[in-house]
Structures are given as structure tokens and as C-alpha cells.
Design a protein around this ligand. Structure first.
Ligand code: NDP
Length: 255
């Protein structure tokens, strides 16, 4: 592997890294040499993810954390520092969706989606900043969505959170470039995970519509996210800052 993509000696925290796209990214980072701490609320999923990463020969750990709680975001970064001694990479990936027509959401539902998907990224980035400064730089990878770009009738709060994620990415990139911290977003297309298994049950015809509209002719797989994670976490992307990169099998390119 080219040195530019080598993550040996680097430490990454992946929120929602115990499954789906987060675990796909954690796997890529681990394969490139990083020590990885995955965070999620579900202890059993956390433990299984650590086993998967350790089976690759990587150093791995998990922390039970709810990223909607500021103190838990801070504790997460402290856990990475305590376990691995430094922090270089943060992947803000934890996310949920509640699918309804806009008129049917309660305020609590709106807040729950915004807090989980967007505010958490802000809180975790704030919490990671001092350790990245100390390390002489860092990489933050924010997970957006096709709904960062497009609208969907059933995804008002989710779309707002994912659009916000792109703008948060740009602001953090502008603020922290001077500290050698690069902040970029990844916009996944339609990927086969627990999240979208639920969506396919709730939104009739979704599976077929996605297949028909995706030039690659398939749903994405979490393993499709290892490469972009390594690129954005490594020195290969040092001059890339504030961007939002679709990883979507061409979905957003089709008129
Ligand atoms: P999954 O449901 O498989 O994973 C979501 C992850 O987020 C889980 O690891 C979950 O862990 C974690 N999580 C949720 N809420 C919290 C919380 N409050 N605190 C800590 N962790 C939390 O979904 P995906 O892998 O599909 O989604 C990952 C990201 O990718 C999300 O941001 C999603 O919006 C985005 N995305 C997904 C797409 C897709 O097609 N799948 C498309 C576009 C974007 P636990 O339950 O243990 O807390």
C-alpha cells in the first residue's frame, strides 16, 4: 500500500461503528493500520464489532455511548485517549430516521432525529478538537446522505439534519484548517443496512425505485465505504477540505 494511505499508529473513533456503514468504515480504517474505537448504545453490537475488527489483526475497542448526550461525547474521546493514547480521526456516522409526512411529526421526534444525526456531530467534533490539536492535526468525516441533496416526502427532519451536516462540514473545515484538521463529508447512496431494511418495509416500492435509478444497478454494501474512509482519514486527502463526496453508485449523477 502507498504510504499516503497508511494509517499505522493512527487512532480513529467511529460513532455508530458497531454496524452498517460505520462498521464498513471502521473495517477499512482497521485494515489500513488504524486502532479503532467504535461507539454505539448497544453493548452486544459493540462487542461483536470489536471481535470483527480484532479478527483483522487490528487494535479495537468499544464504548457504550449515546451521542445525543454531550457528556457521553466527551467521555468517548477520553476513552480513546485512555485506551490508545491519541486521537487522529473522528467519523460522525451515528444516525436514525423516523419516516412520516411532515404534518405528523411531534416536536420530540424532530429533536430526536436532529440531535442524533446533526447535533451529535457538532458535539463529538468539539470534544475531539483538543486531542487533534495535540496530535498536530486530524481528520473528521461526517456522514451525510442523498437527502443532503434531494428531498423526500417521508424524511423532513432527516433531510434537514443531513443538509445541515454538509454545511457544518464546511464551517468546521474553514475554522480548523489552520490547525491541520481536514473535515469532509461522505454522502452515501442507498446502502443495505438495518436502517434501510426498515425503510424498505415502510416505504412501498422503495427497493425497486432505488435499483432502477442507481446506475451501478445495485444497492450499496457497507464494504463500499472502507476505501473512502481510508482516503479521507489519511494524508492522501490532506488538500481536500470541506467537500461532500457522494458514494452512491452514480445515483446523484442521473438526471
Ligand atoms: P444502521 O442503523 O445500521 O447504523 C446506525 C448506527 O448508529 C448504529 O451503529 C447505531 O448503534 C448508531 N446510533 C444510532 N443512534 C445512536 C446514538 N444516539 N448514540 C450512539 N450511536 C447511535 O444504519 P446505517 O449504517 O445505514 O447508517 C449509518 C449512517 O449512514 C447514518 O448517519 C445514516 O443516516 C447514514 N446513511 C445511510 C444510508 C443507507 O442507505 N443505509 C444512506 C445515507 C446515509 P446503536 O444502535 O448501538 O446505538
Amino acid at each position: 500500500m502507498s504510504k499516503a494511505f497508511d494509517l499505522s499508529g493512527r487512532v480513529a473513533v467511529v460513532t455508530g461503528g458497531n454496524g452498517g456503514i460505520g462498521l464498513g468504515m471502521a473495517t477499512g480504517l482497521a485494515q489500513a493500520g488504524a486502532a479503532v474505537l467504535v461507539a454505539g448504545r448497544n453493548a452486544a453490537k459493540n462487542a461483536a464489532a470489536v471481535k470483527t475488527l480484532e479478527a483483522l489483526g487490528a487494535k479495537a475497542a468499544a464504548a457504550e455511548a449515546d451521542v445525543t448526550v454531550q457528556a457521553e461525547c466527551r467521555a468517548l474521546m477520553d476513552a480513546a485517549l485512555a485506551r490508545f493514547g491519541r486521537l487522529d480521526v473522528l467519523v460522525n456516522n451515528a444516525g436514525i430516521n423516523i419516516r412520516k409526512q411532515p404534518q405528523d411529526y411531534s416536536l420530540e421526534e424532530w429533536k430526536s432525529v436532529l440531535d442524533t444525526n446533526l447535533t451529535s456531530a457538532f458535539l463529538c467534533s468539539q470534544a475531539a478538537y483538543p486531542a487533534m490539536l495535540k496530535a498536530g492535526g486530524g481528520k473528521i468525516i461526517n456522514i451525510g446522505s442523498m437527502l443532503s441533496i434531494f428531498g423526500a416526502a417521508f424524511a423532513g427532519p432527516y433531510g434537514a439534519s443531513k443538509g445541515g451536516m454538509v454545511q457544518l462540514t464546511k464551517s468546521l473545515a474553514c475554522a480548523w484548517a489552520k490547525d491541520n484538521i481536514q473535515v469532509n463529508a461522505v454522502l452515501p447512496g442507498w446502502i443495505d443496512t438495518e436502517l434501510t431494511r426498515a425503510a424498505r418495509k415502510e416505504v412501498s416500492g422503495l427497493h425497486e425505485r432505488v435499483l432502477a435509478r442507481t446506475p451501478a444497478g445495485r444497492w450499496g454494501d457497507p464494504a463500499d465505504f472502507g476505501g473512502i474512509a481510508v482516503f479521507l482519514a489519511s494524508s492522501a486527502s490532506d488538500f481536500l477540505n470541506g467537500s461532500a463526496i457522494p458514494v452512491d453508485g452514480g445515483y446523484s449523477s442521473l438526471a
